[in-house]
Ligand binder design. Structure first.
Ligand SMILES: Cc1cc2nc3c(=O)[nH]c(=O)nc-3n(C[C@H](O)[C@H](O)[C@H](O)COP(=O)(O)OP(=O)(O)OC[C@H]3O[C@@H](n4cnc5c(N)ncnc54)[C@H](O)[C@@H]3O)c2cc1C
Length: 297
């Protein structure tokens, strides 16, 4: 017997797995069933075997997730480094599975002489997470280079979908149905002669402006149209402000930093406080970029 209670899956199933081990804030209660598939075929078998009405949450590197203290009921699917196929095909496109880290995709593209993928190096997540979020940095955005997404449904069926089947916006992607990203096919232009990689420079720029190395989820709020969330939070006097154990970074006002004593409810309370304060001061209702999931304790 195994993972889904059947003998035909080969992945690793963890019961009551603390999500604090799998999020960049290092917060979150236990997941009932945390599944690391052996490969894509194994994930198809797992999804086919579990109850058709059980809840499913996908987690990449957990770098954009606030998991509440009561944890997650149902199944967490964790493809990081498990669904890891990455290759350049004969037609010049890149096939990349969802568990590949964005940093690995950036390095691979650079080695292949491809342009416009450097920005991925600075996104501390998986390609699945980047596809779900339309993650972007330094003028680059994930979906600019997507040609096709390979989606998986809750029964393990695979569907090849063109980009025009998705609703795509700023940190927003809506898939046509209840499906998740198993893989994607990207097409990047070839790097022009003399066009050197600027991965190192981009990472240096990021280190200078963000509290890298402290537990965070990057930007908590989306930028409202024509405005910067960080500037609004700073102007509201909240840079460096702490509520219980969670603090607004004093380096970048759109980052919230946790510490060893922080619980998810502290971060959620601070998010609400920021939202209310900015609304009262400037009449702008900030929308979270971070995804808040799970049950309160
Ligand atoms: C220090 C720091 C800096 C950051 N800088 C940036 C930045 O410059 N730009 C930026 O855009 N983001 C940034 N982020 C946020 C985060 O890295 C991105 O949103 C990233 O794309 C999340 O990827 P992940 O694999 O960690 O996804 P997770 O946080 O694990 O999940 C995020 C969402 O995607 C869903 N998801 C994950 N995998 C899949 C899948 N295969 N199929 C369907 N849904 C899926 C999850 O269910 C969840 O809703 C930063 C975060 C940190 C900690």
């Amino acid at each position: 017997m195994n993972a889904a209670g059947r003998s035909d899956t080969r992945g690793k199933l963890l019961l009551d797995e603390p999500m604090a081990r799998h999020t960049s804030w290092r917060l979150g209660g236990p997941a009932d069933r945390y599944y690391v598939p052996a490969d894509l075929a194994d994930l198809q078998a797992y999804l086919a075997a579990i109850d058709a009405d059980s809840d499913i949450l996908w987690v990449g590197l957990g770098s954009n997730l606030l998991v509440r203290d009561g944890g997650i009921r149902g199944h967490v699917i964790a493809p990081l480094n498990a669904l890891r196929e990455l290759r350049l095909d004969d037609d010049g496109s890149i096939y990349c599975e969802c568990g590949v880290s964005c940093a690995r995709l950036a390095k691979f593209c650079h080695k292949q002489g491809l342009a416009n993928a450097d920005f991925f190096a600075g996104i501390p997540g998986t390609v699945g997470g980047a596809l779900a979020m339309n993650a972007g940095a330094f003028g680059g955005e994930t979906w600019t280079a997507v040609e096709q997404a390979i989606m998986i449904d809750r029964h393990g069926g695979l569907h090849e979908r063109g980009r025009d089947e998705f609703e795509i916006g700023y940190r927003h992607v809506r898939a046509p149905g209840a499906e998740w990203f198993a893989a994607a096919r990207f097409r990047f232009a070839r790097r022009a002669a003399g066009d050197e990689s600027n991965i190192r420079q981009l990472l240096q720029q990021r280190n200078a402006s963000q509290p890298i190395g402290q537990p965070s989820c990057g930007s908590v709020f989306k930028n409202p149209p024509g405005k910067h969330a960080a500037q609004l939070i700073d102007a509201a006097g909240l840079k460096g402000f702490c509520l219980r154990t969670a603090c607004v970074s004093d380096k970048h006002a759109n980052f919230i930093i946790s510490n060893d004593d922080t619980v998810a409810s502290d971060v959620e309370a601070l998010i609400e406080h920021i939202r209310q304060t900015v609304d009262e001061r400037f009449g702008v209702r900030l929308e979270t970029e971070v995804r808040i999931v799970g049950e309160a304790r």
